[in-house]
Design a protein around this ligand. Structure first.
Ligand SMILES: Nc1nc2c(ncn2[C@@H]2O[C@H](COP(=O)(O)OP(=O)(O)OP(=O)(O)O)[C@@H](O)[C@H]2O)c(=O)[nH]1
Ligand SMILES: [Mg+2]
Length: 305
């Protein structure tokens, strides 16, 4: 299956949730107040976000009033165009440092998919022939370190780890020294999503960021926040909290395959002003894809069968 097929497959739940309703709505071929109201309901129901939906549907109303399209397909094209406008340009991908190593800090609350994303990302970079080192900065649980080790082996990446309970900053400090000694191109740092209380976590992450910055001037080159698409609008609140701890350079939206509300991507793009760099559409190595707005919209509006 090609990339487009994977994304289409990953959006299956969203498509059958939203598109089932949209298809019958559009097939009536009547674009009156009822149509626009129902369209609003469908989009809000898919987690596109209230403000974003109202704005898009208002623009669609205007376009339809001006152009008076004869057929539903044309209106669908208009809606896709408006959605693309909200999603913006395709991200230029990872910001790689001019001088190696590039340091990527991966943040997010527990369970969103940080470690899995790091494994998949390491795999992608290895496929581009880059030397990758992953750092087990989540020392909260022993299982977290083992999980990262499994992914590192699978991806063919080096690993730097300490014991469970060790100081995460010390792990990352060692990882950066190791990366320089071994000539790694990219260091990807896992972090904890949970400590014994939340305030501590944010303080810890602030410290982690400072240590990385000190250990390698210019680093971190990317601070990626992982968001779980199944948590809906709560993802927006998480992004605001983390952005305050360490300015985010990109977002990764995981588990798009696990939700019928994949419209959250549109809300995130519109309300956060931070590029969505990757999307996760499954648990396997090749289920992390660079986010391409055109592909996403085409997949979302592609026929159900
Ligand atoms: N379906 C699906 N599952 C995913 C995706 N990304 C991650 N997962 C699953 O989500 C679960 C949690 O992923 P982890 O990578 O362990 O999450 P984490 O953020 O590292 O969690 P903590 O280390 O506990 O903070 C695992 O079972 C993953 O396989 C995705 O894109 N789709
Ligand atoms: Mg983890």
């Amino acid at each position: 299956m090609g990339i487009f097929g994977r994304i289409r497959e990953g959006l299956k739940k969203t498509r059958s949730g939203i598109m089932g309703r949209l298809e019958s709505l559009f097939s009536r071929n009547i674009f009156d107040d009822n149509f626009f109201e129902e369209l609003e309901e469908v989009l809000i129901g898919a987690d596109v976000g209230v403000e974003t939906t109202l704005e898009m549907v208002e623009k669609l109303r205007r376009l339809v009033r001006e152009e008076r399209p004869g057929e539903a397909d044309r209106v669908v094209e208009m809606l896709k165009g408006l959605m693309l406008e909200v999603l913006g340009e395709e991200s230029s991908g990872l910001n790689l440092a001019a001088e190696k190593p590039t340091v990527i800090l991966v943040l997010g609350v527990n369970g969103v998919g940080k470690t899995t994303t790091i494994g998949k990302l390491a795999g992608r970079l290895r496929a581009e022939n880059k030397k990758v080192l992953v750092a087990a900065g989540d020392t909260f649980r022993a299982a977290a370190i083992e999980q990262l080790e499994t992914w590192a082996n699978r991806a063919g990446a080096d690993l730097v780890k300490h014991q469970q309970g060790a100081d995460p900053s010390a792990v990352l400090f060692d990882a950066l020294s190791a990366a320089r000694a071994r000539g790694s191109d990219v260091v990807i740092c896992d972090t904890a999503g949970r400590l014994h209380n939340k305030t501590n976590l944010m303080e810890e992450l602030r410290k982690v960021r400072r240590v990385v910055e000190k250990a390698l001037p210019g680093a971190p080159h990317e601070v990626l926040l992982v968001l779980d698409a199944t948590t809906g609008q709560n993802a927006l609140a998480q992004a605001r909290v983390f952005n305050d701890v360490a300015p985010l350079t990109g977002l990764v939206l995981t588990k798009l395959d696990g939700t019928a509300k994949g419209g959250i991507l549109v809300a995130v793009a519109r309300e956060l002003n931070i590029p969505v760099k990757f999307i996760g559409v499954g648990e396997k190595m090749d289920d992390l894809q660079p986010f391409n707005p055109t592909e996403y919209v085409d997949a979302l509006f592609s026929p159900l069968t």
